[in-house]
Design a binder for this molecule. Structure first.
Ligand SMILES: [Ca+2]
Ligand SMILES: [Ca+2]
Ligand SMILES: [Ca+2]
Ligand SMILES: [Ca+2]
Length: 484
């Protein structure tokens, strides 16, 4: 019997490592009772290749050919579906069904029609080798003309064969664990504990850390101590949240990545030194200059300096960089303490203070004691008399402060009367102790010469010291002598 094939020219396409191939399969408009499947000479074998575990896809066009006697009913539906019991593709495969309609003129002039295309997809084995798979369709819906032979008018379908060559080495990708989540402070080295393993002992696995900023101030950067080391450290120039990614490649498989979060907290700035340009200053404009040395682990941070000068005034310098001099004018003499706060742009801060002494305008020791510090000959007093020791002290505005502590001290430095000018013996009563009294506009202390030395022919160096607590802030001196 002459049979026209019910053939299946097919197009097979393989993804991943695919080739394009034509395949066909023939099924029959088959009236025989055994539902034989006719191949009719069309291609029904396709040779494909794939990599280990690659995805294989193909498509097959289904064409129905008349054979012998037409029994399909015109204008009726016909559906072709894969027959799972006769299909040997790897588990998980998919083969789409094809639904069509028999042409209306099937009985008259048409003896071939395209029912449609079926898609095939499956995963190649993970072991290299040659494989052969059968794909079998059945038609499952059809309407036959009245037929006394019984049975389906169109059942069964032709199988075709996929020959698949799988190649490549059986290499397992590395496994990567970035560890974490990680936390710490800006600027600190945060230890990263990654893990990368590869079961293939001959593989050289290369690794790399990268970071991405999720949230941080503009300008923030991070650096790895060694981006290629699995266990390394990272430090960032500001606080924020970051995503760290560890990537591994064994030279055989695509990159394998794992990510971990990094959360960094702001670190406070730390003041290392707060100082005036000089520990003492003179009256006058811009008589002091304060500078603050500080560090901040977050090198991306900016800072401001708030200074309470301690004289009722304050300053803010924003931005402030470490060590920058800040001039100020203290209008009064004496001790001044400036309190400083350094604050970063994320609210961290540190405080410190510094003290400066603005000198009073103090004279040398006044008459009757000659000011030998300025070239005069020593005053010579009769031993046993009282030596009036006087100085004048003015504040920056020329006023005479009355609440200062000035002390008279001495040192016997000569065992004979030095050359000098004889002074009249004072009749004032001697003061006790050595603290001078304010006697507007000067400070005075009547020094009993016998309390200084019992040597009636001697030389003594007098000192007048302006005190700040127990500390001598300003001092002047004069040489005197005693005679019998
Ligand atoms: Ca490997
Ligand atoms: Ca910061
Ligand atoms: Ca900071
Ligand atoms: Ca910042």
């Amino acid at each position: 019997m002459s049979r026209k094939g019910f053939y299946w020219p097919a197009v097979a396409a393989l993804t991943a490592f695919f080739t394009i191939a034509m395949m066909s399969i023939a099924v029959a408009d088959d009236f025989s009772v055994d539902n034989d499947i006719q191949t009719n000479g069309n291609q029904n074998t396709v040779n494909l290749s794939a990599a280990l575990g690659g995805t294989v896809t193909a498509s097959a066009q289904i064409v129905v050919d008349w054979q012998g006697t037409k029994h399909l009913m015109p204008s009726t539906p016909v559906t072709f579906s894969v027959n799972p019991t006769q299909t040997t593709l790897p588990s998980g495969y998919t083969v789409s069904s094809v639904t069509s309609t028999v042409p209306s003129n099937w009985d008259d002039t048409t003896d071939s029609f395209v029912a449609g295309s079926a898609s095939i997809a499956f995963t190649a084995p993970s072991t290299a080798g040659s494989y052969s798979y059968a794909v079998k369709w059945d038609n499952s819906v059809e309407t036959c003309a009245p037929f006394t032979g019984g049975g389906d008018c169109l059942t069964g379908g032709d199988a075709f064969t996929i020959n698949l060559t799988v190649s490549g080495s059986s290499n397992t990708p590395p496994t990567v664990d970035a560890g974490g989540p990680y936390t710490g402070d800006e600027g600190s080295a945060i230890s990263l504990d990654g893990t990368v393993t590869d079961p293939n002992s001959g593989d050289t696995v290369t690794t790399a850390w990268t970071y991405a900023i999720d949230s941080a101030d503009s300008g923030t950067t991070c650096a790895f101590a060694s981006a290629s080391a699995v266990d390394t450290t990272i430090s960032c120039t500001d606080d924020g949240t970051f995503t760290l990614t560890l990537t591994a490649n064994d030279g055989h498989n695509p990159d394998v990545k794992d990510a971990a979060s990094l959360t960094l907290t702001n670190a406070d700035p730390v003041i290392s030194a707060t100082s005036f340009a000089s520990s003492t200053a003179s009256c006058g404009a811009d008589n002091v200059s304060l500078s603050v040395a500080f560090t901040d682990p977050g090198s991306n941070d900016t800072h401001k300096a708030d200074i309470d000068w301690g004289d009722g005034t304050s300053s803010t310098v924003d931005p402030y960089t470490t060590g920058t001099p800040i001039p100020h004018t203290y209008l009064t003499a004496g001790s001044h303490t400036a309190s400083v706060t350094i604050t970063d742009d994320d609210g961290g801060y540190d405080t410190d203070s510094a003290t400066v002494w603005v000198n009073y305008n103090m004279t040398g020791i006044l008459q009757p004691v000659n000011d030998t510090g300025h070239g005069a000959l020593p005053s010579i007093f009769k031993h046993g008399s009282t030596v009036p020791v006087k100085v004048e002290v003015k504040d920056c505005d020329g006023s005479h402060p009355s609440n200062l502590t000035l002390k008279v001290m001495w040192s016997v430095n000569l065992t004979s009367t030095p050359p000098g000018e004889g002074e009249a013996a004072s009749t004032s009563a001697a003061d006790s102790g050595n603290t001078m009294r304010f006697s507007d506009p000067i400070y005075i202390f009547n020094l009993a010469s016998k309390s200084v030395t019992s040597d009636s022919s001697s030389g003594v160096k007098l000192f007048v010291s302006l005190m700040n607590g127990t500390k001598v802030m300003q001092s002047t001196s004069a040489q005197i002598g005693f005679k019998k």
